[in-house]
Design a protein around this ligand. Structure first.
Ligand code: IDP
Ligand code: MG
Length: 138
């Protein structure tokens, strides 16, 4: 799955009505939507998704936040998808994100930072499988 990545539009961006603008930017930057759904994670599912961060001090806050409202989960396809998508979203903290990036434009804070982006091909595959079965991918 080297040409795919996984993203979520996070609860605050969905709630603020930014889903469409964010998806438009993603498509305009050459990513093809392979799968897409709006879903609210339970705290248990959010905890599982972010299990790699469970020792980090912000884990509890992150799990509460990510289960606080619906998210939009998306699988994306493009050559060099993981790295190109990380470049498009910008740094974790919008204060450090470059102008024109999704987080610079839409994020509220380091925790409420509008979008998720997979950090490796391996995690893109795991995260995509977490949210979608094969019949939901086109
Ligand atoms: P990333 O989303 O840019 O890959 P990670 O370090 O993987 O950043 O962190 C996962 C998510 O955890 C971030 O997107 C953000 O929502 C949240 N987060 C990261 N660092 C902090 C922090 O210092 N305080 C609160 N939340 C954080
Ligand atoms: Mg990460």
């Amino acid at each position: 799955m080297e040409n795919r990545t996984f993203t979520m539009v996070k609860p605050e961006a969905v709630q603020q009505g930014n889903t469409g603008s964010i998806l438009k930017m993603i498509e305009e930057n050459g990513f093809r939507i392979v799968a897409l759904k709006k879903v609210q994670l339970t705290t248990a599912r959010a905890g599982l998704f972010y299990e790699v961060h469970k020792e980090r001090p912000f884990y509890g806050e992150l799990v509460d936040y990510m289960s606080s409202g619906p998210i939009v989960a998306v699988i994306l396809e493009k050559e060099n998808a993981v790295a190109d998508f990380r470049a498009l979203i910008g740094a974790t903290d919008p204060a450090d994100a470059e102008d024109g990036t999704i987080r610079k434009l839409f994020a509220e804070s380091k925790s409420k930072n509008a979008v998720h982006g997979s950090d490796s091909d391996e995690n893109a595959q795991l995260e995509s499988d977490f949210h979608f079965n094969i019949e939901e991918q086109f």
